[in-house]
Structure formats: C-alpha cells, structure tokens
Design a protein around this ligand. Structure first.
Ligand code: PLP
Length: 374
C-alpha cells in the first residue's frame, strides 16, 4: 500500500480487515484516565493513560509506519527533544548540536542539561561541519533543514561518521516531516519532530514525537515518558490523527507554493538572499534533492533592513504575522525580533500555506512594493 493511502486511511482497520456494521468510519477520542484492569496488570492492554491510551496508540501506529520505526508521542516538540536528552544523556556525556538549530534546543541544553554535567559542542549545519567535533560524543543532534537558515547537512554521511565514533544520531525533522524526509531510512537512530508544525498543520495544537528503529532505545524513551508524565491528552492525539490524513495533500501544496514563492522572491530586486533548498542556487540543493521528498513550506529571505521587513509584514494582506510555520494559512515573521538566531535585522521566515499561488504572489508583490516605496 502506498504511503498516501495509509495516511488517508489512518485509524481504519488494515485491509483485508473491515469495519463492522454500525462502526463509525473514524473512531472518536477515548477520554479515559483509567481503564478496567482486573487481576494481573499485564492482562490488560490499557490500565492508566499515563502509560497508554487507545487514541495515542492509533496515532503512534500511523507515525511509526510513516517513520519506518516505533513512534512515541509527546505534548510538544520540546517535550520530545527533552525526552531524548533526558532518556539518553548522563553526566560527563557530550552532545554535538547544530550551532544554527532551533534556538530553544540550544537554550535548554545551556540552561538545564549543562548543570546536570552534560557538555555541548556546537558546529554549523552547512558543509557537514559537525563531523569535525564528534570525538568522544555520545549523541550527534542534526537539524536539516535547520530552522530558520535552511542549511542542509548529509544525514547518511554524518550518521556513518558518528557511528564510527560510537555516537547515536538524532535528527530534528520538524521542517520536512517524515513524509518529506526519512531520517531512520537515511541511517539516523532517532527521528524527532515538532508535530505542531506541518505534520498537524492547522495551528490548533502542540505535539511532538520521537521515532526509533531499536526496541531497546524505544524502551528508554517510553520509560522517560511514563515516569515524567510528559503525555498527550486524547483530544490532541485525535485532532492530530484527523490532520495526519491530509498531510500528503497539504505538504505537496505547501511545497509547490514555497517553491514558486522562493523563485518569485529570488527574481525581485528588493530581496537579498533567498534560502530555500528547492532553489538551484541553494548551496546544498543537490544533496536536498537526494535526501528529501518534499522541500517543505519554509522559505527564508533577506530584506534590506528591519524597517523594510516590518513594513512588508504590515503591508501583506495574506501573511499572518506569527511565530510558527507549517500551517494551511501562510505566515511570516521577522526572525531577529527574538534575538536568539544569528540572522540580519531584515531576515524574514515565511511559511507557505495552501492558498492559491496567484493570490500569494500578487500579495507578496504589492507588499514588497509598498515596503520599499519612497
Ligand atoms: N524543533 C524545531 C525545528 C522547531 O521549529 C520547533 C518549534 O518551532 C521545535 C522543535 C519545538 O516545537 P514545539 O514548539 O512544538 O515545542
């Protein structure tokens, strides 16, 4: 069965099994904190929702199939990131992070894990620079494309290098989703994502997941979740399942729109560098074509100044100014307003939604003209 068919049928019985007469086509969320569980606890599939829940299980089954591994859901992308660090790292361990990763991943290692004796080494995503600082590392953390600079690294090459040094490899796969790029198939041990973004895509819930191939590794992640209580409510899991069914439609449209927007912006004299892996001018375009199935919704670009970027965002009628990406509605923000990324004052991160591309391009055109006029 093709992946798209599997995703559209998420939550339905696997063929040749069929729904029973009177079954709802899509089941609802199971709102239960506790389940009837007499006698030996191992005899009951569900006991207590901090351990397991039927709605989670359906979603995890679908995510596992998409990733090619075993998936565990978490209440946000950061809860998933934290689960990997907490489950695998111990005092004295070294983690190698991208210097240009999503900034909260760097902040949490600096503010919390460093005080538990975990050392962090930073190197850029571009040119696979992390390969040079692997010696003695326990965990190599990749993020490709990196948010917000859209640099790309070679997952296969870095995984092989890290494995030679005895390090595990985790990839933050938020931007492309597992439909757009499959870290486990490319040799990584762990695929982590904020499913708040494209995977669920409606800007209405926070979610994350961790996927692995190895059952022993999964047991450590599951143990952390069970003990820490870093769990997802059934309603969020159910909403995510509804959204997952349309991921192929959304990601394809968003990626087409992002490509057209990137090409449009690159042709405009008011715009400086455009960062999008689908552009032939991206320094790692050929690598991106090899390891990604979709280039995803995020296009970053430089406007000449903070004032022009602010006027551009104000003048746009269709871009919601918001600090997230991957939603069905296009959005953008001036990234330097957070002060945590190494970007210029006029750097804009745009997320292409599912609108008609003619409307988006016309809107961007008028917003660029209004922001640079006079
Ligand atoms: N990883 C990346 C690449 C992100 O962009 C984000 C959020 O923007 C996260 C992780 C954290 O996800 P969440 O906000 O769902 O905790």
């Amino acid at each position: 069965m093709q992946e798209i068919t599997r995703l559209v049928r998420v939550g339905l019985p696997e063929p040749p099994a069929k729904l029973k007469p009177g079954d709802p086509i899509h089941s609802g969320p199971v709102f239960a904190s506790a389940f009837a569980a007499p006698g030996e606890p191992s005899a009951s599939p569900y006991i207590y929702t901090r351990f397991n829940n039927p709605t989670w299980q359906e979603l995890e089954h679908a995510l596992g199939a998409l990733e090619g591994g075993i998936a565990r859901i978490f209440p946000s992308g950061m809860a998933a990131v934290t689960a990997v660090f907490a489950a695998l790292l111990r005092p004295g361990d070294i983690v190698v992070l991208p210097a240009d990763s999503y900034y909260t991943t760097r902040v949490i290692t600096r503010e919390f894990f460093a005080s538990f004796g975990i050392q962090t080494r930073l190197a850029p995503t571009a040119n696979n620079a992390q390969v040079d600082v692997l010696e003695g590392a326990k965990l190599l953390w990749l993020e490709t494309p990196a948010n917000p600079g859209m640099d790309i690294c070679d997952i296969r090459l870095l995984s092989e290098a890290a494995h030679r040094q005895g390090a595990l490899v985790a990839v933050d796969n938020t931007t492309p989703t597992a439909l757009g790029q499959q870290p486990l198939a490319l040799g990584a041990d762990i695929s982590v994502a904020s499913d708040t973004k494209s995977l669920t895509g409606h800007s209405d819930l926070l979610l994350g997941h961790v996927a692995v191939r190895d059952a022993a590794l999964d047991a450590k992640i599951e143990r952390w979740r069970r003990l820490s209580g870093s769990i997802v409510g059934p309603m969020e899991a159910w909403l995510a399942m509804r959204s997952l069914a349309t991921l192929p439609l959304r990601l394809e449209k968003q990626s087409q729109n992002a490509q057209a927007i990137a090409e449009f912006l690159a042709s405009r004299p008011q715009v400086g560098t455009v960062y999008y892996p689908g552009l032939p001018t991206h320094p790692a375009h050929l690598l991106a074509r090899q390891q990604m199935r979709y280039f995803g919704p995020v296009v970053s670009f430089e406007l000449p100044s903070r004032a022009i970027a602010e006027r551009f965002l104000q003048a746009s009628h269709l871009l919601v100014e918001a600090s997230s990406f991957g939603g069905i509605v296009s959005s953008a923000e001036r990234r330097a307003r957070w002060g945590q990324d190494n970007v210029s004052e006029g750097f804009v991160r745009l997320s292409a939604g599912c609108e008609a591309i003619e409307d988006l391009l016309a809107d961007l055109d008028q917003a660029l003209q209004a922001s640079t006029a006079g």
